[in-house]
Design a protein around this ligand. Structure first.
Ligand code: BGC
Length: 842
């Protein structure tokens, strides 16, 4: 295609460009006085007036780059993208944003990245016709894990197990600083999707299956990730991405409006309370509508109901995926029109080859506006949001970043990372005090993925995906900063024998054997060779304890989807070999490094103790070793329910009764909230203040007070949890639901009074018949409150039914009753229906 600048009438000329740059300070580096809203508004309006339609469409474009080099000798962009070089994204198009997807920047070296981004920004300012700074987005999802030597915080599933929002906020403040220091302006985090289906390859990215816990942690993450003024967060993937019917990534979800409103949407709502700059759209479809084409999700709910004012970005190539994945849109023009009219402000374009590139996108938008199929106001609205974000981030004032900063941040916050890792470890099983291991013991450590020696036994299992690469770090590194279990355990016991077994994560997704892109249910290629077997058989009988690492390899997105949760055969073989080689005097301890609940009841029956370590990140090694030897007393609690097998999933703890009828027992193997300690905690004298709430709309919290005693012999941390366990209402009530939690630390024998805030929003239900369109309310009635699992109870009385979060009939309920359901403008009939519905519900 022809270069846009050459052919477009009304392109900003030299004079206006200079005028604009002067007004914003970009040309002189002078900080604009008063970047308050009024000043920002004035500038932004002036810019919008100056931009051509093509330039506006280009601002609505984000494109993935695989190089920071603007003018290489050979093309460094995909063939079909209509330009030849990364530089031409700016000089020819003037795109609004670039990204490095998959936690994979063009280089993993900090100085390359920061210098590369700065140079590219300068190139953009000097060569684009408008001189507007670009936004650079990355996936800093568990730390700024895009650089060699960076601190990898524990993955999201680990964060949920800590129940420690304050510590998570501390970690994310470091992420914010470290990501902004690298020159990025935007992290595609937090992931706020409920964690429900362990078949889904992104299960490890969820905080919890519980909406309150997910909401609490997502709110603090969204807030702390914006701690640095130059970084914006992204609540994703709006909405209902994580509950695909078939357990596969980017697949349709069918769910009830009741489940959506009660469980699925609240975590996004909570995260949006911190007013993040951006939201990313769900790549799947909800109740038959691709989320990217859903006006209800992206405008009625997100804008009108939740009041979100920032930028909505599509997910990777997702306009195109309406054609290729969902078979919904016949062509790219239809997909683009539907997405922008539904509420997408910016299109994230991957660099994967055959999908439409930025030139095609810009041309399509221009033609849709010219043909009246997208209104100019809608374009201006999107561009205004994008420019306001750039103003808020200070990019016009200071488009580049101080290159010396990142060196001081890289690999920092180690204490926070280690403490977070410790708190996230869940002791699933500990028969007859098998753990802790004595520091005097002879220990055999075996299994895959816990050291960095050799090609086949890399230390990858502690990090997971989005770690120096989309599917996790590659063979041979580079790696984030990492402390390994092998070294940490060797330092803590009298004698350590280490027999690593083979693990290779490259072949399983890059294609192996004859077939392309083969993936396995095991999430990795594991092996247990004859010589490894021999060494295990030799060492095991003399060991006081055998620590067997089990689990799965690093994975991500669709390549991580699995139909089974049983362990890989080589690992089963390893465990059987260990069990046959030892007698009762040797403890067999399983350490699970995995992003999903791996292992069958049979697996667990063979272990004396089992520690679920998830993907604990940089400091997983010392955190696990300290826990195994009792230098740390485990305190993590499962944030999801662990099914016995795939046939019973999903089986989240806040399900409705009954769980098991007929021949099968669907009870989870380990329940949400399960997590053992080396000491015992007992509860007494529980009470609630006030015991009666007149109107929950006026009082959304009560305080539950309980005496907690460490009645065992070791100091320890403990999470006191408060559940509603019994109540009756006009619709089904969940078996249990979490209302609050508090982490405490007690010496052996110590007792203390703990106050837990009970969040009554978690009691809201959507009354009414199947459609569930009315206001969401806490219904009048008596609510049994239970401390812990099966602990003491007290009763809260709610006198009046009232709504705390959702007093209006569901937005768009008029659509549901209108014959013109596809139209976005309510008819008079809709309004009348809405009023009737409101009256009925009040
Ligand atoms: C994922 C997003 C991610 C984006 C950029 C997509 O494939 O779904 O979560 O932010 O890629 O890497």
């Amino acid at each position: 295609m022809a270069h846009h600048n050459d052919t477009t009438e009304g392109t900003l000329g030299e004079t206006s460009r200079r005028t604009f740059m002067k007004a914003t300070g970009a040309a002189t580096g002078v900080v604009v006085a008063g970047t308050g809203t009024a000043a920002a508004q004035t500038d932004v309006d002036a810019i919008i007036d100056e931009l051509t339609l093509e330039q506006k469409a280009a601002q609505m474009t984000q494109v993935a780059i695989s190089s920071f080099e603007p003018e290489p000798s050979e093309s460094n962009v995909p063939d079909n993208f209509g330009v030849d070089t990364v530089g031409e994204y700016f000089s020819d198009l003037g795109v609004g944003s670039i990204l490095s997807g998959g936690a994979e920047p063009p280089s993993f070296q900090a100085s390359d990245v920061v210098e590369g981004v700065n140079d590219l920004q300068e190139y953009n300012l000097n060569n684009s016709d408008h001189g507007i700074p670009f936004l650079y987005g990355v996936d800093a999802t568990h730390g700024n894990v895009l650089l060699e030597g960076a601190t990898a915080f524990p993955q999201r599933m680990n964060m949920g197990a800590t129940r420690d929002p304050d510590l998570i906020a501390e970690a994310e403040r470091h992420t914010s600083d470290a990501t902004a220091s690298m020159g990025a302006h935007w992290t595609f985090a937090p992931t706020t999707d409920l964690q429900r289906d362990p078949r889904w390859g992104r299960f490890f990215e969820g905080i919890s299956e519980d909406p309150k816990l997910t909401g609490d942690i997502s709110r603090v993450r969204a807030d702390a990730l914006e701690d640095d003024d130059r970084l914006t967060a992204c609540v994703k993937h709006f909405a209902a991405y994580s509950t695909p019917n078939n357990g596969n990534d980017r697949a349709p979800v069918d769910t009830s409006l009741r489940d959506l409103r009660t469980n699925v949407m609240p975590p996004y709502r909570d995260a949006l309370e911190s007013e993040p700059g951006t939201v990313m759209v769900n790549s799947g479809a909800v109740n038959g509508k691709p989320a990217h084409a859903s006006h209800w999700l992206l405008t009625r709910m997100l804008r009108d109901h939740y009041g979100f004012e920032g930028v909505v970005v599509s997910d990777w190539d997702d306009l195109n995926r309406m054609i290729t994945n969902h078979d919904y849109a016949p062509d790219f023009r239809t997909a683009t029109k539907e997405a922008i009219n539904a509420g997408v402000d910016m299109y994230m374009i991957g660099n994967g080859g055959s999908a439409p590139g930025p030139v095609q996108y810009v041309d399509t938008v221009v033609s849709l506006v010219e043909d009246g199929e997208i209104q100019m106001d809608r374009i201006d609205e999107a561009v205004r949001r994008i420019l306001e974000l750039k103003v808020d981030l200070g990019l016009f004032d200071q488009p580049t970043v101080d290159e010396s900063r990142i060196g001081q941040r890289l690999g920092g916050a180690a204490d926070t990372a280690e403490q977070l890792a410790r708190e996230s470890l869940v002791l699933l099983k500990n028969d007859d005090g098998a753990l802790p291991i004595s520091s005097q013991d002879d220990v055999l450590l075996t299994g895959p993925g816990v050291d960095s020696n050799g090609n086949n036994t890399r230390a990858l299992m502690q990090h997971g995906g989005w770690t120096l690469g989309w599917q996790g770090a590659s063979a041979g590194g580079p790696y984030p900063r990492q402390n390994l279990l092998t070294d940490a355990l060797r330092d803590r016991v009298a004698n350590l024998t280490h027999v690593p077994t083979a693990y290779d994560n490259t072949g399983w997704w890059a294609g192996q054997g004859d077939g392309p892109d083969q993936q396995t249910d095991e999430n990795g290629n594991f092996d247990f060779t004859e010589s490894q077997r021999q060494r295990v058989e030799d060492a095991a009988p003399d060991a006081d304890a055998v620590v067997v690492v089990l689990g799965e390899g690093t994975h991500n997105e669709g390549f991580g989807d699995r139909d089974e949760l049983v362990l890989d055969e080589a690992q089963q073989d390893l465990l059987d070999t260990v069990v046959s080689a030892v007698d009762d005097s040797t403890q067999v301890v399983g350490v699970f490094l995995a992003g999903s609940p791996r292992g069958s009841p049979e697996t667990f029956s063979k272990l004396d103790a089992a520690l679920f370590a998830g993907q604990p990140g940089s400091d997983g090694g010392p955190a696990i070793a300290d826990t195994l030897v009792g230098e740390y007393n485990p305190s993590g609690k499962l944030a999801f329910s662990w099914p016995e097998n795939v046939g019973t999933a999903p089986v989240q703890y806040n399900r409705y009764d009954p769980t098991s009828t007929g021949a099968t027992d669907n009870t989870p193997m380990f329940e949400f909230g399960h997590g053992l300690s080396y000491t015992d905690f007992t509860y007494e004298s529980v009470s609630v203040t006030p015991p009666t709430v007149g109107n929950p709309a006026n009082r959304s919290e009560v305080t539950v007070t309980v005496e907690v005693r460490n009645s065992g012999e070791m100091a320890g941390e403990h999470v006191v949890e408060l559940y509603n366990t019994q109540s009756y209402g006009s619709v089904l009530q969940p078996i249990r639901r979490l209302l609050g939690y508090e982490r405490v630390s007690l010496d052996a024998g110590e007792r203390t009074t703990v106050e837990v805030t009970a969040d009554l929003r978690a009691l809201e239900v959507v009354p009414g018949d199947v459609l569930a369109l009315g206001p969401k309310v806490v219904e009048a009635g008596e609510y049994e409150l239970t401390v812990g699992q099966g602990g003491p109870t007290t009763t809260l009385t709610v006198q009046n039914t009232a709504s705390i979060t959702d007093p209006d009939p569901v937005p768009g309920s008029a659509d549901a009753q209108s014959s013109t359901a596809r139209s976005q403008d309510p008819t008079m009939e809709d309004v009348v229906d809405l009023l009737k519905e409101a009256r009925r519900s009040s």
